[in-house]
Design a protein around this ligand. Structure first.
Ligand code: GCO
Length: 254
């Protein structure tokens, strides 16, 4: 049974994995046996994270690049290929938040959020799929959000990008499913990450999350690991285009 979730011999590229949700997912996939390609924009932070993961016993290499830069994304896949690394699992996790009412929002901030949270998944997905298709297999995991389904005031570009992730995931399943690739998404609830520090520090918001979530608490990044391993492994070979919420039940209740 354990073999069903075994990732030995697989290589996973996880964007935005120097910290936060991406880091927890990377370490989780590493624990299931995958070799890791760690990504961040900052070279030093990316190399440090990869080194720390190696020290923890994982097979990890650093790939510092900006996920919104088409040329950089293309180059990294070419470099990995030249080094003999085949990406079997792609996790499109890199994301940013920008909280501001829409009437005050600049076009530049709108575009930055859409590019980082949505266009990046297209760019990386396209490069990964170009190589997965000839092999007839591959796993793509996109990180969605509660806002893939519901809006929250002040985070509309993020909401639009995450809503886009839901349908991009289905689009990937439609086009790449026939080639043996599964593309699914994880929708985390309110998680304890640096990105959400401003929210956890706000007593009203904190009380709202705890009251609104059946679990009665915020989620921990490691709590995404089981779903990530499932979606990265043979256990999900007939699951495609799904968005699985890992949210303590929040999206299911009023
Ligand atoms: C926000 C948060 C989001 C949420 C996420 C929950 O401002 O709403 O930063 O990232 O945590 O949407 O799924």
């Amino acid at each position: 049974m354990a073999g069903l979730f075994d990732l030995t011999g697989r290589t996973a590229l996880i964007t935005g994995s120097t910290r936060g949700l991406g880091r927890a997912i990377a370490e989780g996939l590493g624990g299931a046996g995958a070799a890791l390609v760690v990504n961040g924009r900052d070279r030093h932070a990316t190399e440090t994270a990869a080194r720390e993961m190696r020290e923890a016993g994982f097979n990890a290499r650093a790939a510092a690049f900006d996920v919104t830069d088409e040329a950089a994304v293309t180059a990294i896949f070419r470099d990995l290929e030249a080094e003999g690394a085949t990406i079997d699992i792609l996790v499109n996790n890199a994301g940013i938040q920008h909280r501001q009412p829409m009437v005050e929002l600049s076009l530049a901030d709108w575009q930055r959020v859409i590019d980082t949270n949505l266009t990046s998944a297209f760019l990386l997905g396209r490069e990964a799929a170009r190589r997965m298709i000839p092999r007839g297999r591959g796993k793509i995991i996109n990180i969605g959000s509660l806002t893939s389904e519901l809006a929250r005031a002040t985070v509309i570009p993020y909401t639009v990008a995450k809503g886009g992730i839901r349908l991009l995931t289905k689009g990937m399943a439609a086009e790449w499913g026939p080639h043996g690739i599964q593309a699914n998404a994880i929708g985390p609830g309110y998680m304890l990450t640096e990105m959400n520090e401003a929210l956890t520090a706000n007593p009203q918001f904190d009380a709202w999350v705890k009251g609104r979530t059946p679990a009665g608490r915020w989620g921990r990044p490691e709590e995404l690991v089981g779903t990530a391993i499932y979606l990265a492994s043979g256990a999900s070979d007939y699951v495609n285009g799904q968005l699985i919420f890992v949210d303590g039940g929040m999206i299911s209740v009023l």
